[in-house]
Each structure stands twice: as structure tokens, then as C-alpha cells.
Ligand binder design. Sequence first.
Ligand SMILES: Cc1ncc(COP(=O)(O)O)c(C=O)c1O
Length: 345
Amino acid sequence: MNFASDNVTGASPEILAAIAAANRGHAMPYGADEITRRLEQRFAEIFEHEVAVFPVATGTAANALALACLAPVYGAIYCHEEAHIATDECGAPEFFTGGGKLVTCPGEHGKLTPETLAPRIAGAGVVHNVQPAAISITQETEAGTVYHPAEVTAVSALARRHGLALHMDGARFANAVASLGCAPAEVTWRAGVEALSFGATKNGALAAEAVVFFDPERAATLGYRRKRAGHLLSKQRFVAAQLEAYLEGDLWLRNARHANAMAALLGSGLAALPGARLLHPVEGNEVFVALSEHAIERLAAEGFGFYRWGEAPVLRLVTAFDTRQETVESFLHVAQEALGTAPPP
Ligand SMILES: Cc1ncc(COP(=O)(O)O)c(C=O)c1O
């Protein structure tokens, strides 16, 4: 009954089983184990490209460490004004870059475009200004929308014109790929992405993310940075085992397809209710909806969990790999009843 986030969930049974299997016997520490060794090959197959892969335990670490490789201490990193790196990471990107500055840009439905970015990219060569270094986009976005490969390519073309690196925060990358139905390569390196924070925790892992670099040379310092950040786990095989199981048999896409289907059901159901208004297209596993205060209170009283989004009566509803259709239907039923009832005087 909890739509607050996709990390209110537990872990997929396949991932727990992989952790249990990795628990047998001994393995060399700090990533020198067999599972970690296999992982890089697996990622290379999935992305159809040579990669450097660095497992970490949180998405914040993945983002901050990736950006630290892409931007100098005096660098500017351009991102959406609602980007997780700008709003929810307690200054980690600035801290791990050693002082880099996030420059936020507006953009409809959570997306950056060349048009919104271009006016912000300034100050190159001016000693008083931070130096343009990187762009970071979120896939799926914080508004629950998804960048199409052509949109990523347009942003990367602008990045190239200014000599900037392109990073993708893929905390919900699986939901985006499942929604697009394209090859992972199409929306990453072929579209000009150099570094990807590949998320797994929200979509079935227990605690596992990976920094993926498509040019391993650009990640030359990442191993040291990860150790310094305290994210080189001595028993890294347990993180690697989660990621391996996540990729095995397309579990990552199967989980994401289910989450997306539940969001589509929720979104279309709400859109059909008089008095409910969707704020963004539902393309992944998040629904943003404006409702009456009365309806929000009724839904909370019925035991549904969710976050209110901003000051207005707006909810963010997030579905996950284990969201049940009955839960979505019962949410819609209560919302319909509440919207059809006059609020108490
Ligand atoms: C877009 C996005 N990026 C990154 C993260 C990483 O978060 P955490 O450090 O909690 O794993 C989140 C989690 O909410 C997110 O929504």
C-alpha cells in the first residue's frame, strides 16, 4: 500500500538467492573475487561496448564518484533544477569533485534540452568563473519521464561543442530502457553518454549500484576515489552477486516492465477521474498527480503511503517491481470515491 518510493520495497528473491550462493566458501576481498571479474564482461555484453565497472552501495556514491572523474575542482556541472544530485545528495557531488559547482537549469517534465542548457553554459576561459566541465541528465527523470535516444544525442552534441562530458544518473535506468524498448547502448554511449550511474537498488537489489564508464581511461582515478570515499567494500562479492543476478535472464528489465505497467495503470486510472490532473506524462514508474486535499486525506486515512510533492496538493506515486495490481485498483477506487464526495464543511 506504499507508493512513497521504489525503495520502500524489499529485494527480488533471485537477488537474495544470489547473495546466499555467494555466501558459500571464501573469496578474495576488495573486488578480486570471481563474481566481480565476471561482472565487467556481463556489462560489456549488455552495453555492446568495452566498459569499466565499479560496484558501489548507493546511488549518491555512484553519481558523486562518476562526476568527480569528469569535472575538475573548479568545474561547472550542468543539471536540471530538480536533479537528485542538486536536491537530494547533501552536497556529495560538490564534496567529491573537491569543489565543483552544480549549475541548475529549468526544463519541462524534468528534461534538459539544448535550448535550456545553452544560455547557462558560459564563462569558459574567464578566470573569475567556474569552468564548464560536464552535463548530468537523469534517466528516467525526476518527473517520471524518459529521454528518447534522439534527445540524449541532442544534449551530447551540445556537450561536445563545448568540450563537456555527459553523465547519466540512471538510478531508474531499467525503467527507462523498459519504457523505450531500445538497446541499452542506444540511449547511452551511442547517444554520447560517457559515464552512467547504473541503478539496481530501487528495482530489486538490496544495495547495489554500479558506475559504468564507456571509456575506461576516463575512469583511471575512480578506483582510488571509491576507496577514499569508503565505497570499496571488502566483501564486494555480495554487491557484485546482486548486480549479476539483476542482469541474469533480464531480471532488471522484467522487474522494470512490471513497475512501469503498474504506473501506466495508475496514471490512466487517475487521468480518467474528474478532479485529478496528471502533471507529467507517465513514461516510467512514477506518477505525479494533483488531487483535492480531501482526496489526499482520504487516501492517507485508508492507509496508502505516498509523498506530497511541494506546497500544492500534489502527490508523487512510485510503483515498483512488487506493486500489486489490486493495490493500484484499490487506490483508484478510494480516489474516485473521495473525488466524488464533497469535502466535509
Ligand atoms: C534520480 C535518483 N538518483 C540517485 C538516487 C540515489 O540515491 P541513494 O543514494 O539513496 O541510493 C536516487 C534515489 O532516490 C534517485 O531518485
